[in-house]
Design a protein around this ligand. Structure first.
Ligand code: WT7
Length: 645
């Protein structure tokens, strides 16, 4: 595994840090975290400076994570107000709409006014410090305004990806006890409109206390409930453009973001204020080698954590120009991303392997002829990037000049934990390389839980000490936080990922080791898809696993047992796919459904997923031990009728 790519002389001369500096800083960060973060915590503005830095415990009996706990600050003031003296007229947000003919530049001054007004609208609607507000919005500037407006008044936002169904929205609104939902009339994407307001109406049908604030995006027709619904543009006119940022504690919540786990319903990952902002801004600067004046584009959606940390909070805390893209990479055609890079002279481009693979599959002609000379750094996130996609990204998009930063992290981690630093870290296609400052990864033996201390190691990935961006708890369920992340391997944060460490100490993430699958970089709990399927009246039982998918990374493979007397048919297959889409959202649509007269179970009734995964992968030759099955015969039927041949 020694396919090392050393950074070019240009990259090195431009870079914030070189290899030696990385090593020195990393050593300092882990040998004395208090001193290191005490210093770097000053990169943001504090109202009341902290005197304590790190107060964290991964002890299973007493998990508690606090950073900068006695400091106070305001995130919106850090992302906007403090930049005004120097960059009032600099563009804060470039908005590129779904329509390739429409874009907009929003200066820091304009951002300030919009966010202040928005915050006053929230106030006028009764939102107070600590209240939860759910955002269900397209990728429009109002999404960023709404986030920052919440932060300005100390309210806690919880964004629900606009691709989620009314049911998924409703359950998240109920779980976090939000009193207000912010949505838009419609969400244009790839030339089509999603009826967001209509979805929100359905979601709120059983939540009569919740108010709805609506952004007019397309002007399309919407049903209106005058008791409950409020147009944002009307309220924005009414309120003052002045709004003092509220002083909040470093450990006060900033946002909740629901994410899927291996069991049960999605959990509300809670991030707090001070440590999160320090970590998001610092990783944004170092991992992307961000310099003043750079045009930075992350193609994620604000509905995912990447959009929180690396479209809004990290870049704006650094006074950057961040691009927000409403559309999709393949519409009007596969050149869209490169057209946008050329049009706005993007310097740093951050996307997901699934997008790279999809664009690669369309052919190089969509990239050729477009001026990509502004590009300097390319990023990847969301799932392991296969070397073929890495090479294409490097050669066809980066013309061999741009370092690729493969960034490994999670909703829970708040920011990037493992990634190369441009100019400092030689890269290897497919490896996320080395830990960021303050991050202490450990490779554990999955069976014994012992740390494998040799440089070369393979096992599960854990992190042995806290970093400032770490989630603090599961909203409303601290026990679940402890049992999900700290119980299995006591004393460490368990990531749920498998990994390998090579002879250079580089990390290679091999994918989830739990019942979470990664579909196009989106995290999906197999249990969630299963419970959607069994909610269908004709389904008696189901088991869902991932299988390798050329574009999506992993696809969703569902084994379905029907109720007695129900007959399998193509219509029913389509009906079940549509059913899951409407229960969860299009990202959860099963790619393959296999009718299973029975599922392989142990005598105690536990489904043997290992066997189902092997069959779904079309790798059934070595199924391992099936002798503990209650009825070994079901396996032959499943192999016989497998869908992924
Ligand atoms: C899971 C977290 C972090 C933002 C996007 C996803 C996988 C993420 C990488 C990478 C290999 C990766 C892991 C992780 N993952 N980035 N660079 N290489 N795997 O956030 O939805 O919380 O998912 O995504 O399996 O655990 P998420």
């Amino acid at each position: 595994m020694n396919d090392m790519r050393t950074p070019s002389a240009d990259t090195v001369s431009h870079a914030l840090v070189d290899d030696a500096t990385y090593r020195t800083m990393y050593q300092a960060s882990v040998s004395d975290p208090d001193a290191f973060w005490g210093e770097h915590g000053k990169r943001i503005d504090w109202i009341k400076p902290y005197t304590k830095v790190k107060n964290t415990s991964f002890d299973y009996h007493n998990v508690s994570i606090k950073w900068f706990e006695d400091g106070t600050l305001n995130v919106a003031a850090n992302c906007i107000d403090r930049h005004l003296p120097e960059r009032a007229h600099q563009t804060a947000i470039i908005w590129e709409s779904d329509d390739p003919g429409v874009s907009q530049h929003i200066s820091y001054q304009e951002l300030h006014e919009q966010v202040c007004r928005f915050a006053n609208v929230l106030h006028a609607m009764g939102v107070k410090k600590g209240d939860r507000v759910v955002l269900y919005l397209p990728m429009i500037p109002q999404a960023a305004y709404a986030m920052l407006a919440c932060a300005r008044i100390g309210a806690v936002h919880s964004i629900v990806f606009a691709g989620f169904s009314p049911d998924a929205l409703g359950s998240r609104v109920a779980d976090c006890g939000a009193k207000l939902v912010i949505t838009a009339d419609e969400a244009p994407r790839g030339g089509r409109q999603t009826a967001l307001k209509a979805n929100a109406d359905k979601a709120l049908a059983k939540l009569p206390e919740v108010k709805l604030l609506v952004v007019r995006r397309t002007g399309g027709d919407v049903a209106w409930n005058p008791e409950r619904d409020v147009w944002l543009h009307e309220e924005m006119e009414r309120v003052s453009a002045h709004c003092e940022p509220v002083e909040v504690g470093a450990e006060d919540p900033l946002f909740i973001l629901y994410t899927s786990g291996s069991t049960g319903k999605p959990k509300g990952v809670l991030h707090t204020t001070g440590g999160y902002l320090v970590y998001a801004s610092m990783t944004h600067q170092y991992v992307f080698d961000y310099h003043d004046g750079d045009i930075y584009w992350c193609t994620a959606d604000v509905g995912w954590v990447t959009g929180h940390s690396y479209i809004v909070y990290g870049p704006l805390a650094n006074g950057a120009t961040t691009l927000m893209f409403e559309g999709v990479p393949t519409w009007p055609d596969a050149s869209r991303c490169w057209q946008v890079c050329e049009k706005h002279k993007v310097n740093i481009f951050y996307t997901a392997p699934t997008a790279i693979r999809a664009l690669m599959g369309q052919g190089d002609q969509f990239v050729e002829g477009i001026d990509l000379s502004s590009l300097r750094v390319l990023g990847s996130v969301g799932e392991p990037i296969n070397p073929e996609a890495w090479e294409w990204y490097d050669r066809v998009v980066g013309k061999g000049r741009c370092p690729i930063v493969d960034t490994w992290w999670q909703t829970e981690t708040g920011g990037i934990l493992i990634a190369p630093l441009p100019g400092a870290t030689p890269t290897k296609p497919g490896s996320a390389t080395r830990p960021f400052f303050g991050v202490q990864p450990a490779v554990l033996d999955p069976h014994s839980g012992e740390e494998i201390t040799g440089t070369v190691a393979e096992g599960v990935l854990a992190i042995t000490d806290s970093w400032p961006g770490q989630m603090r708890t599961v909203y409303g369920d601290h026990d679940r936080f402890v049992s999900t992340y700290f119980e299995q391997y006591k004393g460490s944060y368990f990531t749920g990922d498998g990994c390998r460490r090579d002879e250079d100490g580089y990390y290679w993430i091999t994918g989830r080791v739990d019942d979470v699958i990664n579909v196009s970089g989106h995290r999906m709990g197999t249990a969630e898809v299963e419970s959607a399927l069994v909610a269908h009246p004709k389904v008696s039982e189901s088991a869902v696993v991932g299988f390798p998918h050329r574009i999506k990374g992993q696809g969703i493979y569902a084994y379905v047992t029907l109720m007695h007397g129900e007959e399998p048919s193509e219509e029913l297959r389509k009906e079940l796919v549509a059913w899951v889409r409407s229960e969860i959202g299009p990202i959860a649509s099963p790619d393959l459904i296999q009718w299973a007269p029975g599922l392989p179970k142990t005598r105690s009734g536990k489904i043997m997923r290992r066997i189902l995964r092997k069959i779904a992968e079309n790798d059934y030759a070595a199924l391992g031990d099936t002798s503990t099955l209650a009825d070994p015969g079901v396996v032959d039927d499943l192999i016989e009728n497998r869908m992924n041949r």
